[in-house]
Structure formats: C-alpha cells, structure tokens
Ligand binder design. Structure first.
Ligand code: NAD
Length: 363
C-alpha cells in the first residue's frame, strides 16, 4: 500500500502523522511511504531522516493526497485538504466529527474511508489513541503548576517539593483517570504532598495499590472536595464524564477560601473546564488571575511538546495503521472490532452512531 503523510496545516500544529521510526516499520512491512517536504520539521525530524527510513519526499500536499492509498495525519483535515480526498482512500487521523457539520458533510461527500483515532477502543474498555495525549497533559499539569507557583508568575512563591526543614506544597488532583494518574506520578516524584479525589472507588483502589501510602485518596463528595481545595497550593482538574461537559467542581465562591497565590490547572478545559472561573487560554498567554488565584487553562497542552506527543501518538497508532496497510481496510476492519469502532465515515455513510445522531444523518 502507498502511505501518505502531509504536513499539518492547522494553526500552531507542529505534530506529524508518522515519525521516521514509524515510516521504517511501514517500509519493513513492504509498503511505500510518501512524505511532504518539511512535514516533520516541527518535531525536529528533517526530510533526510525520512528518506533514510525509506520514504520518498514530495513537494506538495496535493501530490500526497493524489497518490496515497492511506493518508495518515494528526488533526482533522482542513477544508482545503478535504477537497483533495477521494473515493476509497483511507483517512487515518483525529476527526472529532460530532460538533463539526462542515467536516462531516465533506467527508461523506468524499467517499473516503475515515477512521478516527478518538473512537478506536481497546479490550480494556479505554480509548487507546486518546490516552497518550492525556498522559502528556497530566504530566505537564504538574510542570505548569510548579511554574505558576513561582512568584514571578503570580504564585505564592513556593517550591513544589519544599527543601529539608520546609514543608512541600499541597497538591490536590481531581479525577484519577489517565490525566490524574500521570499528574500524581509527577507530583509525587517532585516531592509534593499529594491527594487525589475520584467518584469511582475502583479508580481510588487502583491508585492506592500503585502509589501506596505516599498518596492520599478521597471519595469526591462536595465536602471532601471543598476541604481539600481550601488547603491546597495547587489543584489540578482532570475529570471526565464521558460525552458530557465537565462538571463545575470548584466554584468562584470557593476561591475566597484558598490562600492567595494558589494555582488552579484546568486540564478538563477542552470539555468546558471543571472550575467555574476557567476559560480556555493558549500557550502564548496561558494564565490569568481571579481573586488572587492563578488559573492555567490551556486547551491543547500536548501542543507545547509536539516531539514527545508525536512519538507517544505514533506508538499507539502504529499497530492499527499497520493492520489497515497489511490487510487492506475491508479485512482489517472485519478482523478487529476495536479498529472498527474507529470507523466514522465509510463510502458516503456515517458509521458512528453518536456522530450520525448529532449531525442528523441516518444510521
Ligand atoms: P479519564 O476518563 O481517564 O479520567 C477521568 C476521571 O474523572 C475518571 O476516573 C472519573 O471517575 C473521574 N470523575 C468524574 N467525575 C468526577 C468528579 N465529580 N469528581 C472526581 N472525579 C471525577 O479521562 P482523562 O483521559 O484523564 O481526561 C480527563 C480530561 O482531560 C478530559 O476532559 C480530557 O478531554 C482532558 N484532556 C485535556 C487536555 C488538554 O490539553 N487540556 C489533554 C488531554 C486530555
């Protein structure tokens, strides 16, 4: 199969669909790979590295879309890219179609076979192609929070881990899923005093088994949450209620009970945020202060570390991409029910129920 990798064109998107390492895997499986010139520049991978891995470099996205049997990307195709998709071509990327009528219509009209990273499932019931970005965001949340606690950034002027003779900062993490677990690991690693709250007791059990007595676990009742937030120097919001906007767990009134200079990092901002005072920010202007509390609410945290994020994403997507290439989409989708869950659009039909429902298509 001929695999095509265009350069991402969405604003401030520096990731790329395949790393040179992944290209080499496709080539080792007997496939050919064409890569748009400078596609990997944002993660420090030059055309020569792709060529050394066995790819052919082409000058324009138009050549990639015109020739490839399967186009591998990161972000949903932009309007200009959608015009270049064709009947029977495989598109393998994040799509997030449910709220995007224009993209849904164009993909239906294209006749392409569109497999969305975000709806591919795993035998454990998770979303394995979304998880790597939550891992990155969870780890970054502590890095960002530590930075915000510095005086120059409006924080209380505290070192997360303290020093011998001086107590560490208190960190509360709301939501113990993928974001939460990764934030806990970083915060404990930096020597902070860490508490996690979740509504799922099984999640708390698993975290307790993993981190032991170093981690305090609390059932996320309104009272427990309020008490934990009031004594915290850093609060990380990593909750998710599948398919719904994030619940507002920290209200504006609660900010008055926190110490001035404390920090809120709202990772759940891409679902509307779990703090009442949150609004989405960008990497160029990531924070704002309300009632003396520093807020960090960047909606695409992994975008700050495109190299790590691309490699993490590729580890997760590669096995599925290879199945599509090795077997052809018909056989690969028939053989793997988890990959089939990723199929959102197939030859002019919406094949994912939630998208069909939200966009008013027959299913
Ligand atoms: P997850 O499903 O793995 O974990 C969410 C956890 O929240 C679950 O354990 C759930 O039980 C818990 N929860 C739900 N309601 C709760 C409540 N009231 N109190 C306490 N816990 C509660 O999800 P995840 O992968 O960790 O993602 C978390 C959020 O982070 C999502 O909104 C996701 O979209 C977002 N995210 C943001 C970025 C970013 O760049 N800002 C990047 C990746 C993920």
């Amino acid at each position: 199969m001929l695999i095509g990798v265009p350069k991402e064109i969405k604003n401030h998107e520096y990731r790329v669909g395949l790393t040179p390492d992944s290209v080499r895997e496709f080539v080792n499986h007997g496939h050919a790979v064409i890569v748009e010139t400078n596609a990997g520049i944002g993660i420090g991978c030059l055309d020569g590295q792709y060529e050394a891995a066995g790819a052919t470099i082409l000058g324009t996205a138009a050549e990639i879309f015109a020739r490839a049997d399967m186009v591998v990307k990161v972000k949903e195709p932009q309007a200009h890219e959608r015009k270049m998709l064709r009947e029977d071509q495989i598109l393998f990327t994040y799509l997030h179609l449910a709220p995007d009528a224009a993209q849904t219509r164009d993909l239906v009209d294209s006749g392409a076979v569109c497999v969305a990273y975000e709806t591919v499932t795993s035998a454990q019931g998770g979303l394995p192609l979304l998880a790597p970005m939550s891992q990155v965001a969870g780890r970054m949340a502590i890095q960002a929070g530590a930075h915000c606690l510095e005086k120059a950034h409006g924080g209380a002027g505290m070192l997360l881990g303290g020093v011998p003779g001086v107590a560490p900062a208190k960190v509360t993490i709301i939501g113990g899923g993928v974001v939460g677990e990764n934030a806990i690991q970083m915060a404990l690693g930096m020597g902070a005093d860490v508490t996690v709250l979740d509504r799922n007791v099984e999640v708390l059990n698993a975290l307790n088994n993993r981190f032991g007595a170093a981690l305090k676990t609390l059932y996320s009742s309104a009272s427990a949450l309020e008490s934990a937030v009031f004594v915290s120097d850093l609060v990380v919001g990593g909750v998710l209620v599948t398919g719904a906007a994030a619940p507002k767990l920290v209200t504006r009134a609660m900010l008055k009970g926190m110490r001035p200079g404390s920090v809120l990092v709202d990772v759940a901002i891409d679902q509307g945020g779990c703090f009442e005072t949150s609004h989405a920010t960008t990497h160029t202007d990531p924070t704002f202060i309300i009632d003396d509390i520093v807020h960090y609410c960047v909606a695409n945290m992994p975008g700050a570390v495109p190299r790590t994020s691309t490699y993490a994403l590729n580890i997760a997507t590669l096995p599925f991409g290879l199945q599509l290439a090795d077997k052809g989409y018909r056989q690969a989708l028939q053989d793997n029910p988890h990959l089939l869950q990723g199929l959102n659009v197939y030859h002019g039909q919406i094949t994912y129920q939630a998208v069909a429902h939200d966009q008013g298509y027959a299913f």
